[in-house]
Design a protein around this ligand. Structure first.
Ligand SMILES: Cc1cc2nc3c(=O)[nH]c(=O)nc-3n(C[C@H](O)[C@H](O)[C@H](O)COP(=O)(O)OP(=O)(O)OC[C@H]3O[C@@H](n4cnc5c(N)ncnc54)[C@H](O)[C@@H]3O)c2cc1C
Length: 503
């Protein structure tokens, strides 16, 4: 393949559910789908266990799901955005069924609907028990491979965007065979989450927010960067990428206990099914107090049949969840913030869109309602494709080819960010983290993303949703902290901190 043959085609970066669905929705318009791994592989999408939240039940409605979403988002969701995305849920499920996703059904052939934390209705549509992400991702990847309109380029990592006179003109990518330059005026960032920046996370380790760094260095605005959701129940095993013990296990009745069997969430409203941030803080406090924390799922009937993936992960770590409590700990899991976009997925840069976890639409606010993220990726992919179709391809320009930075390594960032920007935060630790990350951020994309999180977390002097400050434990009556941030503001704030430390 001659890369010049791809000039002018829309370029989608990322082979998870958001990127795959955008490419399919764009058909028959030609596009390029670029992924650093094989499409579908090394994605959060393939790991998703719970399912897709969609108000398809007779007892459910868009209004009820919006109300649950706004309650979880703790005052920062953009309500009209939530309404539009949630209203698209039933059609998105229909489309997946049409594409062949084998959703689980009851004896009458109706889609089964599970319950997850903070949902007021059973509305989580799932496939293969806890293999929903795998089933959807593999179905979409097969459809993309069969689509004549999509050119798949695998094994290349996007490294730098080219923007001239405020317009996207291309992208530099690097692979084992060298550096390539894609000349196009339409690029979609669908690079997923960033838990790879933390010592313990649930995303693939390669998910550390490179798309956010690409966008920031190109002048894009980012939003809600401080809001990182920590999943309360990751399987406590060695290594930065931990397996998830889905909320659905708690939905079926599993309880949280310490090493003495004490059920420490029993007195908290909602108990084990309280919002994720509340449960994560409950577990974190037990760990800080020197306890060990477990999820006891032994009372669930047919655990293995219900949760084959969870059972398999536990057994691989030497734990039999049918007979033993599962050791768990909180782990960075989902980023509510990201590249600021409107409902069409457009950023503030002409020719740059973002979709999926890399984007911040305003659906999730300060805390994501479980299983709303696959919904967002699927529905917004359609909105982005419509917007791309109405943006004409322009003749490729290449006046000043950009040079990629050296490949970034999140290794140095993990201990710094985990200490300062974890489940419980303080201004002093965040300032210290920013001072350590700033000198690295000029050349290291992972450090830049970590710095953006630290600065945004410092600016929010309150506790809200997933962001908890021990030094500002109260929630403001009206949230006043700025939500948007760009590279210039991050560098300015970091510079001020450095000067303050010298003075
Ligand atoms: C363990 C786990 C369980 C989850 N369970 C659920 C659930 O039940 N329900 C739910 O709604 N959500 C769930 N989530 C969240 C949800 O899976 C993700 O938010 C969603 O899949 C993100 O999709 P995405 O396409 O945006 O990103 P991803 O699926 O992560 O895909 C990102 C893609 O970008 C590529 N990429 C990254 N950087 C580059 C680069 N520089 N150059 C080229 N390619 C790049 C990656 O290789 C990958 O192909 C879960 C997440 C995890 C980790």
């Amino acid at each position: 393949m001659d890369i010049r043959d791809l000039d002018g085609k829309a370029l989608i970066i990322g082979g998870g559910i958001a990127g795959l669905m955008t490419a399919l929705k764009l058909a028959p318009e030609p596009c390029v789908l670029l992924s650093k791994a094989s499409i579908g592989e090394e994605t959060s999408s393939i790991l998703a266990q719970g399912g897709v939240a969609a108000c398809i039940g007779a007892d459910d409605s868009v209004a009820l799901q919006v109300a649950d979403t706004l309650a979880a988002g703790d005052g920062l969701c953009i309500a009209p955005v939530a309404e539009r995305i949630i209203a698209g849920g039933p059609a998105a499920i229909d489309e997946l069924v049409r594409l062949g996703v084998p959703f689980d059904r009851d004896a009458d052939g109706h889609l089964k609907r599970g319950l997850e934390a903070a949902h007021s209705r059973h509305r989580i549509v799932h496939a293969g028990g806890d293999k929903t992400g795998r089933e959807i991702t593999l179905t979409l990847a097969a459809a993309v491979r069969a689509a004549p309109s999509v050119t798949i380029v695998e094994g290349f990592a996007a490294r730098r965007l080219s923007v001239e006179a405020g317009e996207v003109t291309g992208l530099v990518a690097e692979g084992e065979s060298g550096t390539v330059f894609f000349r196009t005026n339409r690029i979609v960032i669908a690079t997923g989450g960033l838990s790879g920046l933390f010592a313990h996370g649930t995303n693939p380790v390669g998910s550390w927010g490179q798309g956010l760094a690409l966008a920031a260095r190109a002048g894009a605005m980012l939003s809600d960067m401080e809001f990182v959701q920590f999943h309360p129940t990751a399987l406590d095993a060695p290594g930065p990428q931990l397996s998830l013990i889905s909320e659905a296990v708690r939905g079926e009745g599993a309880i949280l206990v310490d090493e003495n069997g004490h059920r420490f969430m029993a007195d908290v409203p909602g108990a084990e099914l309280a919002p994720r941030d509340v449960v994560a803080r409950g577990v974190w406090q037990q760990l800080r107090a020197g306890h060990r924390t477990f999820l006891d799922a032994r009372a669930i009937k047919d655990l293995e049949a219900h949760f084959p993936g969870v059972t398999q992960h536990c057994r691989a770590a030497g734990i039999d969840p049918v007979t033993q409590p599962i050791p768990i700990r909180p782990a960075a899991h989902y980023h509510m913030g990201g590249i600021k976009v409107d409902l069409a997925g457009r950023t503030n840069i002409d020719g740059l869109w973002a979709v999926g976890e890399a984007a911040c639409t305003g659906l999730h606010g300060a805390n994501r309602l479980a299983s709303n993220s696959l919904l967002e990726a699927l529905v917004c992919a359609g909105f982005v494709a419509e917007s791309l179709k109405s943006a004409p391809s322009k003749p490729a320009r290449l006046e000043h080819p950009v040079q990629p930075l050296r490949p970034s390594d999140p290794h140095a960032v993990r201990p710094i960010l985990s200490r300062a920007a974890g489940v419980l935060r303080t201004g002093a630790e965040l300032r210290h983290a920013a001072a350590e990350l700033y000198p690295l951020a000029g050349t290291n994309d992972a450090a830049l993303v970590g710095l953006m999180i630290a600065i945004a977390a410092l600016r929010r002097e309150e506790s809200r949703g997933a962001h908890f400050r021990l030094d500002f434990a109260q929630k403001d009556a009206i949230p006043v902290s700025p939500r948007d941030i760009n590279l210039t503001q991050v560098c300015g704030a970091a510079q001020d901190l450095a000067l303050a430390q010298v003075a």
